[in-house]
Write a protein that binds this ligand. Structure first.
Ligand SMILES: Nc1ncnc2c1ncn2[C@@H]1O[C@H](COP(=O)(O)OP(=O)(O)OP(=O)(O)O)[C@@H](O)[C@H]1O
Length: 509
């Protein structure tokens, strides 16, 4: 341990100004003092989270102890600056640092050679000609141009000879993921054996879909390579940004989250999915709609600031408009029966996927899984269990079918019994917030695929939920029904009302 890691740390402390209870995770990490500070347990760093409003003003959201030490070595709290996309409804800025009270204010610094960062692909989808890695003040590597329109021809001059695999961090069905270093940059390296080449080719080609790398809620792809192992076998690598918290299910199994954090995490996943599902033409670039087809809480990765990104595109598919899924083709089977069995929708489990409109059908399958992911996430939201213990993390259907449900078990439960995850007792209360939350999940996992929300509408629902405050809704819901409703109306006025008509009727009644 360095000496600074052994000492307690004093950090500025602010709980959420919107009235949410003090961040529970912070309470576990230190002792809140009266003068707006918190004494954090040894080794902690300090963090701050600000929101940059549309008018450019910065609003403080939370401050406190930060226990993830990979970064956070700076004396000052230097904001992580990201390019907010045009569709973003707010932009969050995070910083962490290692001196007493260093998070009392932030320092806004553009990414420079001093800011440790991985440089993602250029926003036009082509890899930068310049350095891809900027580490410890030095530019390290350069990428040659990559023809992203044809991933098969992707070519990279990053020298992967210097890639060191440091630690196995996960193993999926198709590959093993390592934390690695590439000339002192921390990266994640996903290794596929020759049996999973197709999965590798597909994942690489999806990461190279134009405009995809521009979105905040899609994992950052750095490069891909094929090489031969010492014993002569081909091996395929995808190098991507390293996400220190790992996947969402891992994070939630270790931590509870407060309402706002949970809303932001799930909203981020939903934004990523809505973007993936959208066909876009920007200038001469065309992004087709893409279905993820393996959306699970293991395939969502968590950044240091707890924002989330979609990852694992090995089964994803470009969609080509409302056309049939080419019945009779060899891939019809692959079209209709892929994914992780726990998250498979009733129509996939029952072999009743609507092959006549492939695009809508595959998007609806993704939204079903999204509903399960919401359930897993909000069950770990401490603000939704006032005065009682937050239940342990569970995967969807884990209570009913355990850790390895079979396809037949899932068929019987989800298709025949039409069973869905049970809402906790604590959510029985009929507050606007709890009703909206439960309805959103139910509208995602509806048995009738066509009745499900689109990812875009789910995104709006999540945004709407973010505006509701649990402090008032859970603890004092009579007073706030009016207050929340006013906010809700404001929201309806400011966003596309398309998803809302029915909901307004429900809420007004
Ligand atoms: N870029 C990354 N940064 C940090 N951890 C990662 C990263 N990519 C993957 N992981 C971790 O590695 C695990 C394995 O990832 P991988 O994508 O191979 O499989 P999976 O999603 O768990 O399973 P499957 O591929 O069968 O769906 C993830 O669950 C996650 O915890």
């Amino acid at each position: 341990l360095q000496s600074s890691d052994a000492e307690d740390r004093l950090c500025a402390f602010t709980s959420n100004p919107q009235g949410v209870e003090p961040v529970p995770a912070n309470e576990q990490r230190g002792v809140v003092l009266e003068n707006g500070t918190i004494r954090c347990s040894h080794g902690s760093r300090c963090y701050g989270l600000w929101e940059k409003k549309a008018d450019g003003e910065m609003h403080l959201l939370t401050q406190g102890c930060w226990t993830h030490l990979h970064e956070c070595q700076a004396d000052r709290c230097i904001l992580v600056t990201e390019n907010p996309s045009s569709t973003q409804k707010g932009s969050y800025r995070f910083c962490c640092c290692s001196h007493d009270l260093c998070n009392a204010n932030y320092t806004e610094a553009p990414p420079t050679a001093d800011t440790p960062a991985l440089k993602p692909m250029r926003t036009d989808g082509r890899a930068e000609q310049t350095a891809v890695c900027v580490c410890a003040g030095k530019q390290k590597h350069s990428l040659s141009a990559v023809d992203v329109m044809d991933a098969a021809n992707a070519e990279s001059s990053i020298d992967l000879d210097n890639l060191k695999l440091l630690e196995l961090i996960g193993r999926g069905r198709y590959g093993a993921v390592f934390r690695g270093s590439l000339n002192e940059c921390c990266v994640a390296a996903k290794l596929f054996g020759s049996a999973n080449r197709q999965n590798y080719v597909n994942e690489r080609s999806i990461y190279c879909v134009p405009l995809l790398q521009q979105h905040d809620n899609i994992a950052r792809f750095l490069t891909a390579d094929e090489r031969t192992t010492a014993d002569g076998h081909p091996e395929f690598l995808i190098i991507m940004e390293y996400y220190p918290h790992g996947c969402l299910s891992h994070y939630l199994s270790l931590h509870t989250v407060d309402w706002l954090t949970c809303c932001r995490m799930t909203h981020g996943v939903t934004r990523g999915l809505a973007f993936l599902h959208t066909e876009l033409h920007r200038g001469d670039q065309h992004k087709p709609a893409v279905a993820h087809r393996d959306l699970t809480s293991r395939n969502v990765l968590v950044r240091a600031d707890l924002s989330c990104v979609l990852a694992d595109f090995g089964l994803s598919m470009r969609l080509t408009g409302p056309r049939p899924c080419r019945p009779g083709d060899d891939d019809t089977m692959a079209v209709s029966e892929v994914g992780t069995v726990r998250y498979m929708s009733p129509e996939v489990l029952g072999g009743a996927l609507n092959l006549r409109d492939c695009e809508s059908a595959l998007k609806q399958v993704d939204v079903y899984a999204l509903g399960l992911l919401y359930w897993e996430s909000f069950r770990r939201c401490a603000d939704l269990f006032p005065g009682e213990a937050v239940p342990e993390y569970q995967l969807a259907f884990q209570a009913e079918l355990g850790n390895h449900p079979s396809f037949e078990d899932m068929q019987s439960l989800v298709v025949r019994e039409k069973y869905r995850p049970r809402f906790p007792e604590a959510w029985k209360e009929n507050s606007l917030l709890l009703r909206s939350l439960k309805e959103t999940m139910e509208d995602c996992w509806d048995q009738d695929a066509e009745a499900r929300l689109t990812a875009q509408c789910a995104e709006e629902r999540l945004y709407e939920l973010t505006l509701l405050s649990t402090h008032t809704a859970v603890h004092n819901h009579r007073y706030t029904r009016y207050h929340e409703y006013t906010r809700y109306l404001w929201y309806c006025i400011t966003v596309n009302a398309q998803c809302k008509t029915e909901r307004q009727e429900v809420l007004i009644s």
